[in-house]
Design a binder for this molecule. Structure first.
Ligand code: VG1
Ligand code: CO
Length: 544
């Protein structure tokens, strides 16, 4: 086995986005595209000689080939030991758990999360640091800088490793351990939640659930947890076999893409509880019978009920949410007397707050919730959290959410996505808005008066790093908000995200339809940003 140094030329487009580098599979299949980025990661690490790293992905098309290449490159770059999931499959939260439990230097996670897969779908790669969380911006910038000048990469000439079952191998001097990535994750969940109470609920004969893994990574984890440990009947986990193309679906747990689950949960005689997770297992959607839980509300309910869950019963240090996430959780924090941090979009911004014990629970409006148990958002963790709350309170999902609104008021909230619009036009729309934001204070639109407008900037309270241009916000005097930002995970054209929020303290109005309650703000958003004009669309692609 010999180490080869292969000369290469830089690609100019390897800048990681909200969560790693995401491109179409054909782009990743271009000669040296994957190798350049992986070598840029190794080159950016201060000292990786002899260290342990974790490797795995969400099982999508190209995962297997990429894993074999990365194993040989890791060996050639002096990594001492690499832990890789069986079949090269590890969910994002499980990878975070493995990095932490094995005190690894970091991990390489192959995922394009909620983006579709297959030969023409998307692929992605990201680096996580030793706390188990996504690399912060200073690390991703270093990787990008390196990718712009790279002229060679190193790879070991060797045969492929058999990843079908657990085992130990050598690649040059590097130890390769193919591991069961499910068991350590299940153990971590058992340490946090009241499995006896949840088992009691799921085997009572009075409660049924449906978990849709959307043919993505959580299938084996969900079967092990819900069916094997918690006694739910076989078949509780639907679409539980990970497929390279997710069965042709879009592994995004929202009302549009998880429509099979929506059909199961809305109607007569439906299960009491429904849940879905995304491609790499870090997102979750929670449904009750005929009831959708908005992810921002989910974060607030989880926070308000954390004392009912063993792993959190001693109280929370604080909470954090991304800026566009609704302020529902802020109200819970205020009442409970702990801090609520507002960060830019993307889990990498929560890492320092979790490490410094400033926040215990974090969440995003994009179906992401998690806690200090790992450093990623965690889909199945959120599902277990909800089941634990339901078991402890003996109420339905709908009752729990409605009584939450009764106590704290309701933050009506919706996100409108305009996917795959012309990138140039989307940029123009944002530039125009940016140039306007300074002058909007005091301006009225219908019943709303602008109180502030800015381009969100964040100074990390732990290390003082600053992230600018994180989304244009327009806040109104009654507390309503409209936020505009461009997605940093899409791979085709641009995706414009418009986030809308208003607060309603009067419980007699909590039953209103969300889009109706936000109707005037929706019109104002279009009036201010000229969305129809710039995007050429008369309605969003996805409304959450
Ligand atoms: C989206 C979400 C963001 C999330 C990110 C990664 O980013 O809005 O909240 O952290 O995806 O999630 P963007 O830049 O497209 O809005 V995942 O499950 O794709 O790792
Ligand atoms: Co994801």
């Amino acid at each position: 086995m010999s180490i080869k140094t292969i000369s290469t030329k830089p690609f100019s487009d390897q800048k990681p986005g909200t969560s790693g580098l995401r491109k179409s599979v054909p782009t990743f299949q271009e000669p040296n595209y994957l190798e350049n980025f992986v070598q840029s990661i190794f080159d950016s690490l201060e000292d990786c000689q002899g260290k342990t790293i974790v490797l795995g992905g969400d099982g999508r098309y190209y995962n297997r080939q990429a894993i074999q290449t990365i194993l040989k490159m890791a060996a050639a770059n002096g990594i001492g030991r690499i832990l890789v999931g069986c079949n090269g499959i590890v969910s994002t939260p499980a990878a975070s758990c493995l990095i932490r439990e094995n005190k690894a230097l970091g991990g390489i996670i192959l995922s394009a999360s909620h983006n579709p897969g297959g030969p023409k779908g998307d692929f992605g790669i990201k680096y996580n640091i030793d706390n188990g969380g996504p690399a912060p911006e200073k690390v991703t910038s270093a990787i990008f800088e390196r990718s712009k000048t790279i002229d060679n990469y190193k790879i070991l000439e060797a045969a492929d490793i058999n990843l079908d079952k657990p085992g130990s191998f050598k690649l040059g001097t590097m130890d390769v351990e193919v591991i069961d990535a499910v068991a350590p994750y299940v153990k971590l969940m058992q340490s946090l939640f009241d499995f006896d109470a949840i088992k009691g609920l799921l085997t009572s004969g009075k409660f049924s659930m449906c978990m849709d893994s959307l043919h993505a990574v959580t299938g084996p984890y969900a079967k092990a947890i819900f069916e094997d440990c918690l006694g739910a009947p076989a078949g509780t986990v639907k679409n539980g076999v990970p497929l390279e193309d997710f069965g042709g679906g879009h592994p995004d747990p929202n009302l549009v893409y998880a429509h099979e689950l929506v059909e199961v949960m809305f109607g007569n005689n439906v299960p009491n509880f429904g849940a879905a997770s995304d491609g790499d297992g870090d997102r979750n959607m929670i449904l009750g019978s005929n009831f959708f839980v908005n992810p921002s509300d989910s974060l607030a309910v989880i926070t308000a009920n954390a004392h009912l869950v063993p792993g959190y019963k001693d109280g929370l240090a604080g909470v954090a949410r991304s800026m566009p996430t609704s302020e529902a959780v802020d109200r819970v924090a205020k009442e409970a007397g702990f801090d609520c941090y507002e960060t830019p979009t993307g889990w990498k911004f929560f890492g320092n707050l979790l490490d410094a014990n400033k926040a215990t629970i974090c969440g995003e409006e994009s179906f992401g919730t998690g806690s200090n148990h790992v450093r990623e958002k965690d889909g199945l963790w959120a599902v277990l959290f909800w089941l634990n709350i339901v078991a402890a309170r003996g109420e339905s999902v709908e009752e729990i959410v409605k009584s939450h609104w009764q106590k704290y008021g309701r933050n009506f909230y919706s996100r409108h996505d305009y996917e795959e619009v012309d990138a140039g036009k989307a940029k123009e729309l944002m530039e125009r808005l940016r140039s306007m934001t300074g002058d909007l204070k005091g301006v009225t639109f219908g019943n709303y008066e602008v109180e502030y407008s800015d381009d969100f900037s964040y100074t990390d309270p732990v290390d003082g790093s600053v992230a600018q241009k994180q989304g244009l916000r327009i806040g109104f005097t009654d507390g309503s908000r409209i936020v505009f930002r461009l997605s940093g995970t899409g791979t085709k054209g641009a995706t414009l995200r418009v986030y809308l929020e208003s607060y309603e303290p009067d419980s007699s109005k909590h039953g209103l339809d969300t889009q109706e309650a936000l109707g005037e703000l929706i019109k104002i958003a279009d009036e201010i940003a000229k969305i129809r004009e710039f995007t050429g669309r008369d309605k969003p692609t996805v409304i959450t």
